[in-house]
Design a protein. Structure first.
Lengths: 238, 238
DNA sequence: ATAGAATTCAAACGAGCGTTTGAATTTGGC
DNA sequence: GCCAAATTCAAACGCTCGTTTGAATTCTAT
């Protein structure tokens, strides 16, 4: 039988809590988040999930496919929610331009809902997602690229209408910055304390985090495009 | 003798190009960037550097210490440059408040200089750094936290003066977002194509990247703090 | 030229890795 | 109640990992 000692210090799921596939996904979500893909062994993962070592290969094929399954389980519904929410807002607007804020909120709200829903992985999953964005493994990058393509495409069109002063090219860059700040921020656990010693009073709270992030990102998106004249100033010595 | 075949497809350094320690650091910088810390083996690293396998442990102790040495070599001078540049600007301003742009540029310029200096690792190192920010390994997080503490502290004080409408707490968050967008952006290699299909005409260019990032971040920093009244709107369904 | 320190080297160590196997067990339709 | 399919299981396979070792070699100061 599988040892019932924790992998390191972490959770061991009750053997009766759910079926094998779900227990594996739950343990993988937690361990991949904590240690990353490469540093998480299938042995620690299966013992945390209280399943046999071979169960991962039986149910998912390989470790890589398991990782993709972990992401898909939460990501597909969240991105679909984003697409649906944007479509509804566009219908409500009746062809008129929407505000930049509204579009951005439509992106953030499904993430916020997911973060608050412990049954869907909650904060754990968002942090895992933030980490996955920065993982150098090609299979992860390609997978995420495919998962996000449709959603990002739709939002890019919406933002283009809301921010007519931006070229498509400029907007592409800014959406990149937005996703960067978002994923980096969500990935932070202890990392929040990296530069900031948070007061113990205000504990880590994803909702509050997104509320602070939103005005920052809206202002960035609305910023005037870089003037030609400023370029030299940046690269000169001062 | 060490095999002279490349680790995967990558560079093999000329055995006479530099001393052993430097060759190891150079190969490590490149491979850690490409594959991440866990996924880079000392065997592929030492063969790419054309040194004996045991040389890493002899010169650096452990793989973790090697990683820290790779970061320290570039990071210490860059952050010192940032601190010095800020101090000079503050002296020039003679106690009067500096503009937000100037402070941010003082942060970005040393990074830009490093990116353009191939002898100091260039773009490779900045991408490695961006990846390191998102790595879950505790020893990396603690190391970076210590490396950045002084620099971030100085800039926080400067920004506080430049942005008096922000509370210290609010600014802490915004600097977190700034570092997020910056590191995520710098970490992108192929990742730039993640959401954006860059035109072949405009090839990847760190200088241009920072020029686009700067106005985005300045606008975000200057954004008015989140009004109480908006909070509910974000968390409600629409 | 030579002693002693520093470095390089081939080889091995023990451990952990992802995956496979084939038998044992459980499950579900008839 | 039974048989076949699905699942679980212990064990092993082949491989790679970071690190250590002790001898061989190179460097340096006298």
């Amino acid at each position: 039988m599988a040892s019932s000692r924790p992998a390191r210090k972490s959770v061991v799921l009750d053997a009766t809590s759910a079926d094998t596939k779900t227990r594996i996904l739950d343990a993988a979500e937690s361990l991949f988040m904590e240690h990353g893909f490469e540093a998480t062994s299938l042995r620690s993962l299966t013992s945390a999930a209280s399943v046999n070592l071979a169960a991962v290969n039986y149910h998912f094929g390989t470790k890589e496919e398991l990782f993709q399954a972990v992401l898909t389980r939460r990501l597909d519904p969240m991105n679909q929610e984003r697409i649906d929410l944007l479509a509804r807002l566009e219908r409500d607007a009746g062809g008129k331009a929407m505000s930049c804020e509204k579009i951005l909120f439509a992106m953030l709200i499904p993430a916020l809902r997911l973060a608050r829903d412990e049954k869907r992985g909650g904060k754990n999953f968002l942090r895992l997602l933030g980490r996955a964005y920065a993982d150098p493994a090609p299979f992860i990058r390609h997978f995420l690229s495919a998962q996000y393509a449709e959603m990002i495409g739709q939002y890019k069109e919406a933002f283009l209408k809301a921010l007519p002063q931006l070229s498509r090219h400029e907007l592409t860059w800014r959406l990149h910055f937005v996703m960067g700040a978002l994923s980096y921020t969500l990935a932070g656990t202890d990392a929040v304390k990296l530069f900031a010693q948070m007061t113990a009073a205000e504990k880590y709270d994803d909702e509050l985090l997104l509320q602070r992030l939103a005005p920052f990102l809206v202002a960035g998106l609305k910023a005037p495009p870089l003037a030609e004249s400023r370029k030299l100033e940046l690269v000169s010595g001062e």
